[in-house]
Design a protein around this ligand. Structure first.
Ligand SMILES: Nc1nc2c(ncn2[C@@H]2O[C@H](COP(=O)(O)O)[C@@H](O)[C@H]2O)c(=O)[nH]1
Ligand SMILES: [Mg+2]
Length: 520
């Protein structure tokens, strides 16, 4: 992920902040409209990790897939899953019975880590302690978990090549398939191709998924029927219009190539005909100053990286050489048409390049003047649900924790007295039985605390619990969001609900000792 440019993370299309028009259509509110500027529903608010004064931002950029284009995992990821299975069977020699397997698109969540060698899937807290661990679909016992991953500060880094981070929604199908294959190999050791260990299976799944993205397996299907795979979001165009009216440049940087980008952006931005159809044209380009396709992120953001940048001739999809983004006449074709065409266009489309080219094209001097809306990490659950549940849970769990700590302290006192004080026999007996009673009470409170905590987590996800927490600490995933994003929100078009000049400020930090002065 880009560390230099300001980033904002968003996810998940939702439908509040829309009013129903007299003709039944949905009309989104934007901050600048007469209905705008009102109280924003918590599920649509933008949260701030680090200060960001929009007044200093001169260009706002967007990633396309899973940011502007919110794929429907139930259809899109299922497509990836089925395509991957077919490649495993027909290209890589896995048994035909895999074709019968089904995909539970809700099972995996982002923020998990795959242990390729051991066939395990892990959820970690922000200190990288493994808190939930599954081997395939079988939960590891506490002993196995601690035995394998330890509970001390000296830990594995949980990075590539032995581990893989499930950090995008694109990875959910491959993680699920990996778990299925782990179970399958354990139960049918002779059925997987010879010499296939867990790491090899992961490599095969990765290669098959990769091929699905490259050979048209997914994109052809989406192009045929975008509505089946992508959520419509009527707030995108008003958001882009408002940003541009405020004087900001807008740009798109996508790893997708031009043909697919054009289809998806048309679907998201084009006005619908009366029968709900879309006319495919290039009108959506009016909402951007620069579009970069085939950007090869994250490498695109590495300053100083040399990468060729080509101009895309939008009608034909033909690539034209450029001099670092400046149009140049083609050798043998000295007609100024090509040159001027590029210079006169309000939006220019490119393939490749790097962040340096982008700055040049937008006349930007520093990354701090750019905000980039990415969706590498964000929330699967709705934020409002997180906050609602967290508030109730906070009270209940804090009371249980206080009680547990109190009882533990009483036990330590009594044990100390029994060991070091000269006591009469009857006093000793009384204290010993009090210790016994307190210990059983402590065990009950500990259990109640664990249970309440788990019940709350289960409200979010039956297997992995709350995405942003492990136990009562922030999850590794939440920690990544905190580290990498200035702002985060449930969907990128929530930006339309705020003034384009807003000064986003983070809430104050609290040290553990300061929590005592906070009301519960
Ligand atoms: N070759 C692969 N392409 C992949 C994979 N996962 C996703 N993708 C493609 O990347 C872009 C993402 O676009 P962006 O707008 O978010 O930059 C999209 O075209 C995906 O199909 C992969 O594993 N291999
Ligand atoms: Mg993306």
């Amino acid at each position: 992920m880009d560390h230099s440019a300001r980033t904002m993370l968003g996810d998940k299309a939702s439908k509040s902040h829309l009013t129903v028009n007299t003709n039944g259509g949905e009309k989104p509110h934007v901050w600048s409209s007469s209905e705008g500027g009102c109280q924003i529903d918590i599920g649509k608010q933008i949260f701030c990790n680090r200060s960001l004064n929009m007044k200093n931002i001169i260009a706002v950029g967007f990633d396309m897939d899973y940011t502007l284009a919110q794929y429907k995992p139930e259809t899109f990821e299922s497509l990836a899953y089925e395509g991957t299975i077919r490649k495993l069977v027909y290209n890589l020699g896995y048994p035909q019975e895999l074709l019968e397997w089904t995909f539970d698109w809700k099972y995996m969540v982002r923020g998990l880590v795959l242990d390729k060698k051991r066939g395990n899937i892990l959820k970690m807290d922000r200190h990288k302690y493994v808190k939930v661990a599954y081997h395939g679909f079988k939960e590891l016992s506490k002993e196995d978990k601690v035995g394998t991953y330890g509970n001390t500060l000296i830990q594995d880094s949980f990075d590539e090549p032995d581990y893989a981070l499930i950090d995008t929604l694109f990875s959910l199908a491959e993680a699920y398939l990996f778990a299925q294959l782990v179970d399958f190999r354990d139960n049918n050791p002779g059925k997987v191709p010879q010499g296939t260990d867990y790491s090899r299976m992961y490599k095969d799944v990765r290669a098959a998924v990769d091929l699905c993205h490259r050979d048209g397996t997914l994109k052809q299907m989406v192009a045929k029927n975008p509505k089946r795979y992508i959520n419509e979001d009527t707030s995108i165009v008003p958001m882009l219009k408002m940003l541009r009216a405020s004087g900001r440049s807008t740009f798109l940087v996508t790893n997708s190539l031009w043909d697919y980008t054009n289809i998806v952006m048309n679907f998201l931005c084009a006005s619908r005909t009366s029968d709900g159809g879309i006319t495919c044209n290039f009108d959506w380009l009016q909402y951007f100053d620069v579009v970069i396709t085939g950007s090869a992120k994250p490498g695109f953001f590495h300053e100083g990286k040399h990468a060729n940048i080509f101009e895309v001739e939008t009608e034909s999809g033909m690539l034209l050489n450029t001099d670092n983004g400046t149009p140049m006449p083609q050798v043998g074709n000295t007609s100024p048409k090509v040159l001027l065409k590029g210079l006169n266009k309000s939006c220019r489309v490119f393939q490749g390049g790097s962040v340096g080219h982008l700055h040049k094209l937008l006349s930007i001097e520093s990354s701090s003047q750019v905000i980039l809306c990415l969706m590498r990490f964000s929330m699967l659950e709705t934020i409002s649900m997180e906050i609602f549940c967290a508030a109730r849970r906070f009270l209940q769990l804090r009371l249980l924790r206080n009680e547990r700590d109190l009882v533990e302290d009483q036990i330590h006192h009594l044990k100390w007295a029994l060991k070091f004080e000269s006591l009469r026999n009857d006093e000793k007996q009384k204290m010993t039985s009090a210790v016994g009673e307190l210990e059983s009470h402590r065990d009950q409170v500990r259990l109640a605390h664990q249970q309440a905590q788990w019940e709350c987590h289960q409200k979010f996800h039956k297997i992995w619990g709350q995405l942003m927490k492990t136990g009562y600490q922030n999850s590794h995933f939440a920690h990544q969001v905190e580290r990498f994003a200035c702002l985060y929100t449930s969907q990128v078009s929530n930006l339309s609900l705020y003034s384009p000049d807003k000064y986003y400020r983070p809430s104050e930090d609290f040290m553990p000792h300061e929590f005592h002065i906070l009301p519960l």
